[in-house]
Each structure stands twice: as structure tokens, then as C-alpha cells.
Design a binder for this molecule. Structure first.
Ligand SMILES: [Zn+2]
Ligand SMILES: [Zn+2]
Length: 267
């Protein structure tokens, strides 16, 4: 078997009522007040299943007034994958919507960038706007996993399995990493919050939650280079993903990213 993988975007929550300024830093008539969808991503290959990000739970949804459709761990179960069977979880960064539910994957090791752990436990957390997207409960649980020898640290580029590699880009959060996955249609890059929407990367317009705008801009170029084609970049929160890719389940909102999109972004 080759190192080709299947990838499924699993949508577990949505936020409506957004204005253009919520989604784009620079005012532009092309900007939209698009809904924000929340995903985790399941990578399936010869070496087993790899989960990318763990989403948030009902308590976090209530605290932040978000609507949770289904807990991501339960969504996986509906998709036919037992959460306790997952051995590798990539955490792109430690924001609450990517790093909750860390108690729901008892067999997993968590792949994290050195810089994200430093960022989430260091002096920047003294500042409210930088601290806001993090939950101290999630960060504390990740610290416990460090002490339980369940965290695999990466510094820059790393590998989870053949054909599944990690790449630090920073920008949105200091230790943000993206995931490059070999598939039958070429390498697909799960950009996570390196680009919330297609519009952020296509129009070079930052999402307003950002630690370092320069690193974010460099990150867009890095993501494009890693993917090699605009149709192989998957933004972290764009509802358009659910329209472009075929539905893969009747039981849960899962979409097959290893298949060709319905429309192309190529010029
Ligand atoms: Zn984030
Ligand atoms: Zn996010």
C-alpha cells in the first residue's frame, strides 16, 4: 500500500451572525460576514487513524456562547471510529476550539510544537487579547499530558507517519503548525488557522486574531508551497469546504478532502 491517505473534515459546530470585520483585518468590499464553521480532521492510512485537533466541548460552548452540534469525540464515533482507538492526535495549536476534549482520547499521544507550549504557558498569557482564545483548563490538561509522557514535541518540521508531516508557521498563534498529507490527488495541506477562510489566504487579508502578522503572511506562502496547488489548501473554518467536497456520511457532517473539489480555484 502506498502512503496515500484519506482525509475527512468533520464539522462539529457553527457560529452565525458574523460581520466582515470579524473575519478580515483590512476593510475591503469583497469581504463577507461568512459563518464560522468548526472542524476536526480525520486522516486514514495504512498506519492507522490520525486525528487533527480535538475541538471544544459543551461546557466551552456554553461559556463562549457557541452552538455545539455534536462533541467531536462523539462525531468520530458516529463516523465509525472509536475515540479510544486513536493513537496519534495532532494539535495544530492550543486555542480552545482546537485543543479541548483532551480527556477523550485515552490512548493518544499529542503532537505539538515546542513554541506553542511555551506561548500558552508564558508571559503572553498575561495579556487579555492574546489569552482570550485559550482555555486554562485545556492548557493545564496538556501540561498534565507532558508529565504523563503523552506529548510528542516538534520543532519546525516533523513527521507523524510516512506521508503525514507537520510544519510550523506561527502567525495566528506563535506555535501554530499545519499538516501536509499525501493523498491520491497530491499533497493536501490542512492549514487550520493559518487561514480561517479561503478569502484570508487568497486575498492576503489576515483574520483579526493574530499574534504576528508578518509570520502569518509568510505562513500563507509556506502553505501554498507545501500544497503545490490552490485546490489542495484546506482552510480551518470555512463553510465553503462543506460545499466543495463530497459528503462522506449520513450520520455526521463529514466531507472527503482526498477527493477533487467541485470547483477549482486555479486561474
Ligand atoms: Zn486559533
Ligand atoms: Zn480556530
Amino acid at each position: 500500500m502506498s502512503d496515500h491517505h484519506e482525509i475527512y473534515a468533520i464539522r462539529y459546530a457553527t457560529m452565525t451572525g458574523r460581520q466582515p470585520f470579524h473575519n478580515y483585518m483590512v476593510a475591503d468590499p469583497h469581504n463577507e460576514g461568512t459563518d464560522l464553521d468548526y472542524f476536526v480532521w480525520l486522516i486514514r492510512g495504512a498506519g492507522g487513524d490520525i486525528l487533527v485537533d480535538t475541538g471544544f466541548n459543551q461546557a466551552a460552548a456554553e461559556e463562549r456562547k457557541r452552538t455545539l452540534t455534536v462533541n467531536p469525540a462523539d462525531a468520530l464515533a458516529r463516523f465509525g471510529v472509536r475515540p479510544d482507538s486513536i493513537r496519534d492526535v495532532v494539535v495544530t495549536h492550543l486555542h480552545y476550539d482546537h485543543a479541548g476534549n483532551l480527556d477523550r482520547f485515552p490512548a493518544a499521544r499529542f503532537h505539538l510544537q515546542d513554541r506553542e507550549m511555551s506561548f500558552a504557558t508564558g508571559r503572553c498569557m498575561c495579556h487579555a487579547p492574546l489569552r482570550h482564545p485559550f482555555s486554562v483548563e485545556d492548557v493545564t490538561l496538556m501540561v498534565r499530558h507532558v508529565f504523563g509522557t503523552r506529548v510528542v514535541f516538534h520543532d519546525g518540521d516533523g513527521e507523524v507517519a510516512p506521508g503525514v508531516t507537520l510544519h510550523h508557521v506561527g502567525g495566528h498563534s506563535d506555535g501554530l503548525q499545519v499538516v501536509r498529507v499525501e493523498t491520491k490527488r497530491g499533497p493536501v495541506v490542512l492549514a487550520s488557522d493559518a487561514s480561517h477562510y479561503y478569502g484570508n489566504i487568497h486575498r492576503r487579508n489576515p483574520f483579526p486574531i493574530v499574534y504576528n502578522v508578518g509570520a502569518m503572511a509568510e505562513g500563507w506562502a509556506r502553505v501554498e508551497k507545501l500544497a503545490g496547488h490552490p485546490d489542495r489548501v484546506i482552510p480551518g473554518h470555512d463553510p465553503m469546504v462543506c460545499e466543495l467536497y463530497p459528503r462522506a456520511s449520513a450520520a455526521v457532517d463529514a466531507f472527503a478532502l482526498h477527493e477533487k473539489p467541485l470547483r477549482s480555484f486555479a486561474a
